[in-house]
Structures are given as structure tokens and as C-alpha cells.
Write a protein that binds this ligand. Structure first.
Ligand SMILES: Nc1ncnc2c1ncn2[C@@H]1O[C@H](COP(=O)(O)OP(=O)(O)OP(=O)(O)O)[C@@H](O)[C@H]1O
Length: 330
């Protein structure tokens, strides 16, 4: 496992810690010994492809599913998960793929129901509900059935309901999956605000951009293990440098360039070539000179610096080079 070194001196207390977390379903091993340590008041992102086991981690850490007996200790908010599951439940909030929103009742009723579940008095329940509906921009929709809410509104209501219990640690399982870009950015803002209030956020995501934007630390889950863990910058340093991408409209020009340039990797289907390069002026000029000397015209040239996508693809065994973080120069 690649684990970045810590540069800070005294470590803040861990909101979540686990050692040797293991889980099998029948003879299918899903988690094969995972270690986690998430400092209080930080955002941690667990990144992984479909089926990597992200939801399973969240379910275990939030007491919904038991880990295998061979697992090491798990502590959440200072409580031993095996010995004090009730105390753990009192310290956490969980939202995500298994949303608690009831579509048949209104947003406000959902909130009041949650307040009841947390044994708040009627008066306190109403106060907290009004405050959270306001904070999550749901006042206008409060009296409408939640089934009429957009995806973004449902997620906001879901988080608002989670906050009724004033949890110190919040698990967000793929909080922005299926949201449009504006709703996604709104959700990011909400998540950032949670942390400024001192809450610890554990989020799972398939979106590298999301982890890059939000997380203090990121772990990449692959094949039941943490393949790498660190800040976004530390993870980006794990993969080799960038490349220049040449895209051709003419298959003959593509073939000519691919045959001439042995160090490039080609995508025959997309008619693109990736040339390892730091993207500097000198290297770009030599690529252009080389194209000119062969009388080959590329339809697009773009510079690609390593990003989290590269880390993800390198660590999770994906193929191809994603399209993000490219600076098109022609
Ligand atoms: N109750 C269960 N019984 C059997 N297998 C399960 C069960 N829950 C999950 N799995 C399997 O465990 C693996 C991990 O699933 P999990 O839902 O944790 O992945 P994930 O990383 O959250 O994926 P996604 O991004 O698709 O939600 C999958 O292969 C899944 O089929």
C-alpha cells in the first residue's frame, strides 16, 4: 500500500479509525484488511470504481452491517463500534444511497418525524426544522410532498434530516451522484459548511473532481484494499508526468503519425496519440516541428497534466486516458 507520510506534528484526534477491516459476503471477499484514520473536523473521501466496496465500508462504520470477526478494532467518535454501537449511532449521521426521505409526506413532516425519532420536544423539533429548512433553501417547498422534489432538493432534505440529530460525524455515500452541475456545486458548498462547524465528513464518491475539490485526504479503494491514501496533491505525485494528445480526423494521417512515433501510445478507435511530455514549450515545439517535417496535420493538440483521473486509472487498472484537465492549444 502506498501511504503518504504525515508532515504535521501532533495528530488531531481521530473521528474514525479502523484497522484490518475485513468483510466477505459468502465466499466473496469485499474488504481485505482496510486501515483508516480520519482526523476530527476533516473531509475524507473514499474513492473507488463501481463495486469496490465503498458502500460496504460506510455500512460497517455506521453499524448497519457487521464486519468479519477477523477485523481489527473500529472506533467512531471515540466509541468502540463492537462494544458501543448505540453510542456510535448517536454520534453519526448517514445519508446517501439508502436515503431516509419519505416521498409521501412533506419535507417539513419528514424533518419533524426525524426530530421525534431524536426525542426532541415538539417546540425544539419545530425550531430545529424551521432553522434547517431555511439553511437548506427548502422553505418554499416545505409543505409539498417530498416525492415532488428535484434530485438536488431531495439530497438537501436528506442532509437536513441527518443534521436534526446534530451528529459530529457524517457519512455521505455518493452525495452528488445523478445531480446536475449546479446542484452538485450547491452540495459541495453545503459539505464545506458542515466542516467549518467542526463536523467530520466521510464521503464516498466516484467523481475524482469531487474528491479533489472537497477532501483533505483521499483513499483509493481497489480490489478490497486501499491502493493509495493521501492528499490530492500527494496522490497526483504518484503517477508519472503528463502527455500531449494529438487527435486526427484523417485515419491515414493518424496511421502515419502512429507508425513514425514509437514512444506514443495510440487509440486506433479515437484516432488519438498520447506522447509522454511535460507539456513545456520546448517539447511542444519539437512535436510541432516533427509533425511539420512529416507533413502531417493533427486536428487537435492538447496538453494533459497528471490529475486525479490519472491516479485513479493507474491504481484501479482502468484503461485509456480521460479527457479532463486538458488545455487545448489548437
Ligand atoms: N448484501 C450483499 N450480499 C452479497 N454481496 C454484496 C452485498 N452487498 C454488497 N455486495 C457486493 O460487495 C461488493 C461491493 O459492493 P459495494 O456496494 O460496497 O460497492 P461500491 O463501491 O459502493 O459500489 P457502487 O459505487 O457501485 O455503489 C459488490 O461486488 C457487491 O455486489
Amino acid at each position: 500500500m502506498l501511504t503518504s507520510s504525515r508532515t504535521d506534528g501532533a495528530e488531531p484526534p481521530a473521528a474514525v479509525s479502523a484497522t484490518g477491516l475485513r468483510k466477505s459476503y459468502g465466499d466473496k471477499l469485499v474488504l481485505d484488511g482496510i486501515d483508516l484514520r480520519i482526523p476530527a473536523g476533516s473531509i475524507f473521501a473514499l474513492l473507488g470504481p463501481n463495486g469496490a466496496g465503498k458502500t460496504t465500508v460506510v455500512k460497517i462504520l455506521s453499524t448497519l452491517v457487521s464486519p468479519d470477526p477477523a477485523s481489527g478494532a473500529i472506533h467512531i467518535g471515540g466509541h468502540d463500534l463492537a462494544a458501543e454501537p448505540q453510542a456510535v449511532r448517536g454520534a453519526i449521521g448517514v445519508t446517501g444511497q439508502f436515503s431516509a426521505v419519505d416521498g409521501l409526506i412533506t419535507g417539513e413532516e419528514n424533518m419533524l418525524l426525524m426530530a421525534d425519532l431524536h426525542h426532541l420536544s415538539k417546540r425544539e423539533g419545530k425550531r430545529v426544522t424551521a432553522e434547517l429548512l431555511e439553511r437548506f433553501d427548502l422553505v418554499e417547498a416545505a409543505k409539498k410532498p417530498a416525492s415532488t422534489y428535484s434530485g438536488g432538493m431531495k439530497r438537501r432534505l436528506d442532509i437536513a434530516m441527518t443534521l436534526v440529530g446534530a451528529p459530529r460525524i457524517i457519512f455521505l455515500d455518493e452525495p452528488t451522484t445523478g445531480l446536475d452541475p449546479r446542484s452538485r456545486h450547491n452540495m459541495w458548498q453545503i459539505i464545506r459548511e458542515l466542516v467549518t462547524d467542526g463536523v467530520t465528513v466521510f464521503l464516498t464518491t466516484q467523481y475524482l473532481e469531487e474528491a479533489d475539490e472537497l477532501a483533505d485526504r483521499i483513499a483509493v479503494l481497489n480490489d478490497g484494499r486501499i491502493a493509495a491514501e493521501g492528499t490530492a496533491e500527494e496522490l497526483k505525485r504518484l503517477v508519472p508526468g503528463g502527455h500531449v494528445r494529438l487527435r486526427f480526423a484523417d485515419p491515414a494521417a493518424y496511421r502515419l503519425a502512429a507508425d513514425a512515433l514509437r514512444e506514443a501510445t495510440g487509440d486506433d478507435y479515437g484516432l488519438t496519440l498520447h506522447i509522454p511530455s511535460d507539456g513545456g514549450q520546448r517539447e511542444l515545439r519539437s512535436i510541432l516541428d516533427w509533425l511539420d517535417s512529416l507533413d502531417i496535420e493533427a486536428d487537435e493538440l492538447s496538453v494533459h497534466t497528471p490529475d486525479l483521473d490519472d491516479v485513479f486509472f493507474a491504481l484501479t487498472g482502468g484503461t485509456g486516458v480521460p479527457e479532463t484537465s486538458e488545455e487545448t492549444v489548437r
